[in-house]
Design a protein. Structure first.
Length: 98
């Protein structure tokens, strides 16, 4: 990082304050806003900023509630339902193939 960033104070802030702020985030730390084409060499210009600034920190969403678990069926009910919704059995032919 030191090869690309100018200034020791910026490197220090990156690895102390900002690293702590984004430690639980899997990715997507920056926002890129394209602005214009620079006059002279026609280079594309953009603003690059960190998301969730100090004053804009959002609270994490509460976990979604899980649907209630269905009670397990007793063996008698389970056998009745399995017979009722079972696919029809195929009849075995008594003739053997030659």
């Amino acid at each position: 990082a030191a090869a690309f960033v100018r200034g020791d104070d910026v490197i220090h802030k990156l690895f102390t304050e900002l690293a702590y702020r984004y430690k639980d985030r899997a990715g997507g730390y920056t926002r890129l806003l394209r602005t214009r084409i620079r006059v002279g060499d026609a280079a594309p210009m953009a603003y690059i900023e960190f998301i969730d600034r100090e004053n804009e920190l959002r609270q994490s969403k509460p976990p979604t509630p899980q649907p209630p678990q269905r009670p397990s069926l007793d063996p008698w009910t389970r056998s009745r339902l399995s017979r009722q919704f079972a696919p029809p059995k195929e009849e075995k032919s008594s003739e053997s193939e030659i």
